[in-house]
Design a protein around this ligand. Structure first.
Ligand SMILES: [Zn+2]
Length: 505
């Protein structure tokens, strides 16, 4: 089997048809399921949404793979943990090494619905508008299992080759993958030594090319509580005598973050590798204002910096603080002239990819709890400290394959960017399989708003990404043997004349 023999336009047409006829109806049903991650639905087992999502996906996978001899679809259930879908598909075509599988990752648990959806849209109601499918979990990350299976099915239909593939869909990702380590341990004998780990849960800088993620940030998350009173008191009577818990909280935060620039103190920075600086500058130059326009800025609000390269670097390699929740304050509409007894803030401190999260968590606590102003009761309660991830250098075959796949599917070369969020799975797998190659990509592009209201899946992008994945899996059969891949100088030349995914919706 030779990579250049793959008829890419025909493959893309098949994938477009599979998306339209087979995937979208199932994905719409999945969007309608409120299968929130256990952190947001502690009663997930009793509520049964998770089980319905697992049933929907495995029924679909069984139907799609019914003709594939040796395909195996399992639902693993460790006691007291969310379920995990594990699919194995034997190698096809070529001379794939059966001991060198590809592991493809996605998740089926969702973020909570969040208020703020535009009229006519709703978290658990799938809505098509133009190129977009709105609804919670379509892009983050329900599409992953469908795209992976569609890529493999299309490869087989078009005489392509692929290595032995394992598809792992977990259900605790949005709860920092609390259940995943136990499953990775349990699965270790079946996982073998993956040569390529594909994570379909990341972002894309735009919808015009194949983006791969080279790093992800870690995070320290926890709650800062400042208590000054045993009960609320008249604010006119007490202010000037009782210190404000809110002001003390501000003062403590400024030990961590410069309130003017938003810059985090030096303890939480790392030396940024020169290659990543250059790549951030290149991504910034390629994206320009798109980086800013990817967010729903209100009115004249500006980004924290003008230079897009700096913005890319900020998000990928610098620590940043977000306050994601507040307790101890009544709603504005309910506010009376009362000084509140306490202020509690949920902190999310994003960390550079290579910073030790445990040490960072200890440092956050020490900074916040030292010398409490006015001898107030100050505590920092840690939720979790998660490790970031930094990609190993891409093997020549993979770098060539990504470029080829991007040109064929999108008509434009591939691009790299550092991610701002985290995928605990990658930190886990990166440590366990230091020789593995990584393809970390996804459909979370400008305005797609995973975790917020109006999350959408960009349909042309997901169809192209599916075909690009098929191309990379096809190339992996030769890549993993260690033989030098062909350079395929023809791929770039033909890209312009090739229609990159005919829109069918
Ligand atoms: Zn996700």
């Amino acid at each position: 089997m030779h990579a250049s023999e793959l008829d890419f336009p025909a493959l893309q047409r098949t994938i477009d048809r599979v998306w339209r006829d087979d995937i979208l109806p199932a994905l719409c049903d999945y969007i309608a399921i409120a299968c929130q991650s256990p952190a947001f639905d502690p009663d997930w087992a009793e509520n049964g949404h998770m089980e319905r999502a697992v049933g929907l996906m495995t029924d679909w996978a069984r139907e799609q793979l019914s003709a594939v001899a040796g395909a195996c679809i399992d639902v693993l259930r460790l006691p007291g943990r969310t379920p995990l879908i594990f699919i194995e598909i034997p190698a096809s075509g070529g001379d794939a090494n059966p001991d060198a599988p590809v592991l493809i990752y996605g998740h089926l648990d969702k973020q909570p619905p969040m208020p703020g959806w535009a009229p006519g849209r709703d978290a658990f109601t799938p809505v098509f508008e133009g190129d977009r499918l709105y609804g919670r979990g379509g892009a983050d990350d329900g599409y992953a299992i469908f795209a992976a299976i569609a890529a493999l099915r299309a490869l087989r239909e078009h005489g392509g080759a692929h290595p032995r593939c394992q598809i792992l869909i977990e259900a605790s990702e949005e709860s920092s993958s609390i259940d995943l380590p136990a499953y990775i341990e349990a699965l270790a004998p079946r996982l073998g030594e993956p040569v390529l780990i594909v994570a379909l849960d990341a972002g894309c800088g735009n919808y015009d090319q194949l983006w791969t993620t080279t790093s992800l940030r870690g995070q320290v998350a926890g709650t800062l509580t400042v208590r000054v009173l045993d009960e609320g008191v008249h604010s006119g009577d007490a202010s000037g005598i009782v210190p404000s818990s809110f002001r003390i909280a501000r003062q403590l935060l400024s030990r961590l973050e410069d309130p003017h620039s938003g810059e985090i103190v030096a303890d939480f920075h790392v030396e940024i590798p020169q290659q990543r600086r250059e790549q951030a500058a290149a991504a910034g130059a390629a994206l320009g204002q798109e980086l800013r326009e990817g967010f729903p800025f209100h009115g004249d609000t500006r980004a924290v910096a003008d230079d897009p390269g700096e913005l890319a670097l900020n998000r990928a390699w610098r620590p940043q603080l977000a306050i994601t929740g507040i307790d101890g304050a009544p709603r504005v509409a309910d506010a009376a002239a009362v000084m509140q007894p306490y202020t509690a803030l949920k902190l999310g401190l994003r960390l550079p990819p290579t910073l030790d999260p445990e040490a960072a968590a200890r440092r956050v606590r020490a900074l916040l709890e030292a010398d409490p102003p006015y001898c107030s009761a100050v505590s920092f309660e840690l939720d979790f400290a998660s490790r970031g991830w930094h990609a190993p250098p891409a093997a020549p075959w993979l770098a060539a394959s990504l470029e080829r796949a991007s040109r064929l599917a999108f008509g434009r070369g591939s691009a790299v960017i550092g991610g701002g969020g985290g995928i605990p799975f990658l930190a886990m797998l990166g440590e366990r399989y230091p020789r593995a190659q990584f393809l970390v990509t996804g459909v979370l592009g400008p305005q797609s708003n995973a975790h917020g209201p109006n999350e959408f899946l960009h349909l042309p992008t997901v169809r192209r990404l599916t075909a690009a994945l098929a191309q990379v899996l096809h190339d992996a059969v030769r890549g993993e043997t260690g033989r030098a891949p062909d350079t395929h100088a023809d791929a770039g030349g033909t890209a312009d004349t090739m229609s990159a995914a005919t829109p069918v919706f």
